[in-house]
Design a protein around this ligand. Structure first.
Ligand code: NI
Length: 258
């Protein structure tokens, strides 16, 4: 069986809740049969558990987003350690560094990134990395504090050279809607330069909507546009790309029933 996987979606966002079944049906109709739901806090996680009970093809990740780290208490950290062990949680993320929005707590971001890498290693799960305007620091931390159960760099938008360095660390890469934009020349070069066995596609919905729906609200069904675009860039047929991404997903997340 061949299908698309959305490796990064914020399906607990308010905009989806009222008509959740409609979004799920549209995903299935678009042959998207696995979606990794990213939870940034415990409210989102509780919601994701409810959604997964109804739609088992949803997978779940949880972690403290770099821009949010100042608001979490030691109690929250203890709770994160507990939920990280839950078998429905398959990865820790999105975690990392974001110097684009606010550079006032860079040291705290680094500290929390490292702490969550160590947590992931302890619970034997991979990490999902958010890195924006912070490629070098992200690299330095990952080189010094190895994610022993694997790592996926989400929404990669850096250079080919940097991608090659991350590849040597064993990382996987995921590309979102901007890959389909005319002006994203560098990302297209990165996709061509990396082997297919390190690649994923994602929506990061409700943001980063691919062409032809650019500018409108994104949803997990739309991952097929980015996947088809990636297949074209790699000069491969869609099924080959889907099959390899299913393998990549199994390799990284150790998910069996798919
Ligand atoms: Ni995200």
């Amino acid at each position: 069986m061949s299908y698309w996987i959305d490796s990064h979606a914020h399906m607990t966002e308010e905009c989806y809740q009222e008509e959740f079944d409609v979004y799920m049906q549209r995903a299935l109709d678009a042959n998207v049969k696995k979606t990794l739901v990213i939870c940034l806090n415990f409210e989102e996680l509780e919601r994701a558990f409810v959604l997964k009970a109804q739609y088992p093809f949803l997978d779940i990740a949880v972690g403290f987003y770099p821009g949010d780290v100042p608001k979490f208490s030691e109690e929250d950290w203890k709770r994160l350690e507990e939920v990280a062990k839950d078998e429905r949680v398959i990865a820790i993320g999105e975690i990392g560094l974001d110097y684009y929005w606010d550079k006032s707590f860079v040291e705290l971001q680094k500290e929390c990134f490292i702490r969550q890498i160590e947590l992931a290693n302890k619970v034997q799960k991979p990490i999902l990395i958010h890195s924006r305007d912070a490629a070098q620091d992200t690299y330095d931390i990952l080189a010094a504090y190895k994610a022993e159960y694997g790592a996926l760099l989400h929404c990669y938008s850096g250079s080919v050279e940097m991608a090659k360095r991350f590849e040597k660390l064993g990382l996987y890469f995921s590309f979102a809607g901007p890959l389909t934009f005319k002006n994203s020349k560098e990302s297209k070069e990165v996709v061509k330069a990396l082997p297919l066995n390190r690649l994923f596609v994602e929506t990061d919905c409700p943001y980063l909507t691919p062409v032809p729906h650019r500018g409108k609200q994104n949803e997990t069904a739309y991952v097929h546009y980015t996947g088809e675009y990636l297949a074209e860039l790699k000069e491969l047929d869609v099924e080959t790309v889907q099959q390899q991404m299913i393998k990549n997903y199994k390799n990284l997340f150790k998910v069996k029933d798919m």
